[in-house]
Ligand binder design. Structure first.
Ligand code: PLP
Length: 841
């Protein structure tokens, strides 16, 4: 039976034609590169609306308009995207593959408008159509495919790499649900799924024809090949399809568009039609569900590994897809893999993608027929590893039992890598079996596990920390044996942030002022030029303009918070901001103690109300859903806010605001409005921080400990322009050795005692002592992050803040110097460092 006998068989969907006329390579229709006229833009927008969305303007919804605008703008990036790809294929050079399980991209439309230089044309064009572009921009749901700093860093890095025209592919996962949406019920965090794809996603391009198959489970067997050599064959038990979705990563007005390739998991073989027809719908779609679960949701866990099988599946899934994609689809067909290190460096963003190391070995040895030693020599030149933590509990390990069950061949490969490596250690340190055990990639206790950071370190060309202090501590405390064996392997690259999104887009007013003052907009891609602002710190007229910018940004934030959360921002207050993931080591509880100490001081008469600087403390933070203490801290902050904000005794001089669902978009609104940036982690715990950089570059002053990149910020801006407090890292270590006894601070410091007692009394929790107890008990009896040890110094530093803020002119001077001296924290500089020290691309 051949019902369509005259239909010819479909071609391989991957086939590319070859005999096309060169004159037809690109459409010549409307010229797709700026400059463009407002009228031309209007026509294209209407064309997208009519023929893309299928509606007339008068019938269109806001979502129609948003999608049509997004498609109009993206079409201007498209020619550059094609051209960039063409240029890279014609003149192949070493590429950077950034492997990251997270990309916290933020909204795309604004960035696309900025990079194409279409902001004002699009604004006018929408105006002519009777549309408020701000309303359309507000329509976009940001792709929240990351938890916090690590994912945002990846997004900043790919932005800089495109702006610097570095051939890059970003590889990651297209989570169907990104980081959860946070709301509060009775002050407590409630998590909802983040349906970021629900209204359509105009920024992604699926390529199902380029799908990759990935195996899981099953067995391995050895057999001899034709030449009599032992070869291993892995027969997976089940397979999953990885479908790539491409995202444009535009450089800043340079005609470059790089690609971010995110993988979505699908069932290898749809659903079971026989079972479906027999009526068992659940079983029929079971395989599909299991497969799709792999890219269903981002793990909302910032820094502690969850022993979750699905998470390991996610990691292997995206890494296997990415390596396959690069080797089979990106390199030319006849490529000699001996030369792989000349063409690629895989940068491992933390340990999440480290399973790529045994995967590359498997590809080279099992599938391409390389000898083990040859393959290892290649592999060792193809990876570099960035470590992002100092917390031992955040160092990822996978139980051997789980890894062996899911990826039996990879476990064998890891064992062999480890055997060879430990032989090397024995040779370097004969008789030192204790060292061998310390350095083994396989941990024996508490259960047999693979230490992913060790595997990464053994395989990598370079291992880097993310700030000067962090890299030092990485060598001294986290991987000391490895640093002793391979001192030259270790290096530092201090993190950075993209000035495009976090200054130019987020702070248009400051950007305008800076451009006017410097007489050029070059600073957007050469942030060191901000140095030129230094003399203006002494110019009273400039300081006044600078204050006006801050005031206008506060006004904008007030509108945002009013509309979004129904919160009232007092625009004449000192805006004191702590926004970041909620974690004990970051010490939101210390900030809360400061707030309560002010309130308690006024209540008890210790502190005259006139001496309280009118101040709004703004928190933003999500807690991992399973992180009990973090969620209790959120509830307590909200309870304190409810009482303090309403108590007439404060005469409106102290407000605590906690808008829910802190994300990139909110960061872009909050940070430009901030006066004071809270960076108060216990010294030696924050690897770098990038929030600290965003604030300094937007003219907020930092109150901070000597931790992470705070150290470098302070060195650059100068002690006079930074509020330093608290124990130093060596002092923390000494105190830990001596034994930290939090209750001794409670007993010796009456202010601390009164503060904790007021919280403990249930004053903020409707008389319930119980609700505040988790937080107070922890601070008094456990707290490895020593909040109470830094309490007094923190309050003293806040007094210095008040004093400095009282002299607005002097404050502005300090803030301007912060902006002028922080050009170093551009992620463009970070990328230059990676290129010079690690990639040599
Ligand atoms: C920058 C950023 C972070 C990281 O903040 P840190 O203060 O460095 O922890 C987290 N989340 C969002 C949305 C950010 O933009």
């Amino acid at each position: 039976m051949r019902p369509f006998s005259d239909e010819r068989p479909a071609a391989d969907p991957n086939r590319r034609g070859s005999a096309f006329p060169a004159s037809h390579e690109l459409a010549t229709g409307p010229v797709k590169s700026p400059p463009v006229t407002v009228d031309g833009f209007v026509q294209e927008f209407l064309s997208e609306l009519n023929y893309g969305q299928g509606v007339k303007l008068s019938q269109s919804t806001i979502n129609d308009q948003y999608l049509a605008l997004a498609r109009t703008v993206r079409s201007y990036l498209m020619a550059a995207w094609l051209e960039t790809g063409h240029r890279r294929r014609k003149n192949p050079t070493k590429m950077v593959a950034y492997l990251s399980a997270e990309y916290l991209l933020g909204r795309q439309l604004g960035n696309a408008l900025l990079s194409t230089n279409l902001i004002s044309i699009a604004e006018q064009a929408m105006h002519e159509c009777g549309i408020d572009i701000a309303e359309l921009r507000a329509q976009e749901i940001e792709p929240g495919l990351g938890n916090g700093g690590l994912g945002r860093l990846a997004a900043c890095f790919v932005d800089s790499l495109a702006t610097m025209d570095v051939p890059t592919i970003g590889y990651g996962i297209r989570y169907e649900y990104g980081i959860f949406r946070q709301s509060f019920e009775d002050g407590r965090q409630v998590e909802q799924p983040d349906p970021w794809l629900r209204l359509g996603s105009p920024w992604e391009f699926p390529h199902p024809e380029r799908a990759v198959t990935v195996g899981f489970g099953g067995q391995t067997e050895e057999s001899a090949d034709e030449e009599g050599r032992n070869r291993c064959r892995w027969t997976p038990e089940r397979q999953v399809r990885g479908v790539p979705y491409h995202y444009m990563v535009p450089g800043y007005r340079n005609g470059v568009v790089n690609t971010l390739r995110l993988w979505s998991a699908e069932a290898h073989e749809g659903f079971d039609l026989q079972v479906f027809n027999s009526g068992d719908y659940a079983r029929a779609t079971q395989a599909q569900t299991v497969a799709e679960n792999i890219s269903k949701v981002l793990y909302p866990d910032d820094s502690t590994p969850q022993g979750k099988e699905l998470r390991l599946q996610q990691q292997y899934f995206f890494v296997a897809c990415s390596l396959h994609d690069f080797i089979e689809n990106t390199l030319p067909g006849d490529f000699d893999l001996q030369n792989l290190p000349k063409r690629i460096i895989f940068q491992l963003n933390d340990t999440h993608p480290v399973i790529a190391v045994p995967e590359l070995m498997r590809l080279l040895v099992d599938e391409k027929g390389f000898d083990w030693d040859e393959a290892w020599a290649i592999t060792q030149q193809c990876f570099a590893y960035t470590c992002h933590t100092l917390l031992p509990e955040a160092l990822e390990v996978w139980p051997v039992e789980l890894l062996g069950r899911l990826l039996p061949r990879h476990l064998e490969i890891i064992y062999r890598i480890n055997d060879d490596f430990l032989a090397q250690v024995r040779e370097a340190f004969p008789g030192d079996e204790w060292r061998v055990r310390r350095m083994s990639i396989i941990a024996e206790h508490p259960q047999r596990s693979v230490r992913m950071a060790f595997l990464a370190t053994v395989a990598a060309v370079k291992v880097n920390g993310v700030a000067a202090l962090h890299s030092q501590l990485l060598r001294d405390n986290v991987l000391p044996d490895f640093a002793e064996l391979w001192p030259e392997k270790f290096t530092n690259v201090t993190n950075g942030i993209t000035p495009r999104r976090f200054v130019r887009l987020a702070n248009r007013r400051l950007s305008g002022l800076v451009t006017e003052a410097l007489g050029t907009e070059e600073w957007v891609t050469d942030l060191d030029l901000l140095r030129g602002l230094e003399p203006l710190a002494d110019d009273a007229a400039f300081r006044e303009q600078f204050r006006q910018v801050k005031a206008a940004n506060k006004n904008r934030l007030a509108l945002v918070l009013e509309g979004r959360d129904g919160l009232v921002l007092e625009q004449d207050h000192l805006i004191d901001v702590m926004v970041k993931r909620l974690h004990e080591y970051k010490r939101q509880s210390l900030k809360l103690l400061h707030v309560v100490s002010l309130y308690e001081g006024v209540r008890s008469g210790r502190l005259p109300i006139e001496r309280v600087t009118p101040r709004t403390v703004l928190f933003g933070a999500k807690a991992a859903p399973g992180y009990h203490l973090a969620k209790e801290t959120i509830a307590l902050i909200n309870h304190v806010a409810a009482v303090v904000n309403e108590d007439p005794i404060m005469q409106g001089r102290l407000k605590v605001l906690f808008p829910a669902n802190y994300n990139v978009n909110l960061a872009e609104k909050i940070i430009p409005a901030a006066d004071l940036s809270e960076q108060i982690s216990l010294a030696g715990k924050e690897a770098s921080g990038t929030g600290n950089m965003k604030f300094a570059l937007n003219g907020a002053l930092t109150i901070g400990t000597d931790d992470g990149a705070n150290v470098e910020i302070r060195q650059l801006v100068g002690d006079d322009n930074f509020f330093l407090f608290g124990l130093s890292e060596p002092e923390v270590e000494a105190l830990r050795k001596e034994g930290y006894v939090p209750s001794s601070y409670y007993e010796q410091d009456p202010v601390l005692r009164a503060t904790l007692d007021l919280i403990g009394s249930g004053h903020f929790t409707n008389g319930s002592r119980h609700s505040a107890a988790a937080v107070v008990d922890n601070l008094l009896h456990h707290d490895p992050f020593m909040a109470l040890a830094d309490f007094q110094a923190y309050l003293a530093a806040q007094d210095r803040v008040d004093e400095a803020y009282a002299d607005q002119d002097a404050w502005s001077r300090m803030a301007i110097l912060n902006v002028a001296r922080c050009g170093f924290f551009s992620s463009d500089r970070s990328m230059r460092d990676y290129l010079d020290k690690i990639w040599h691309a």
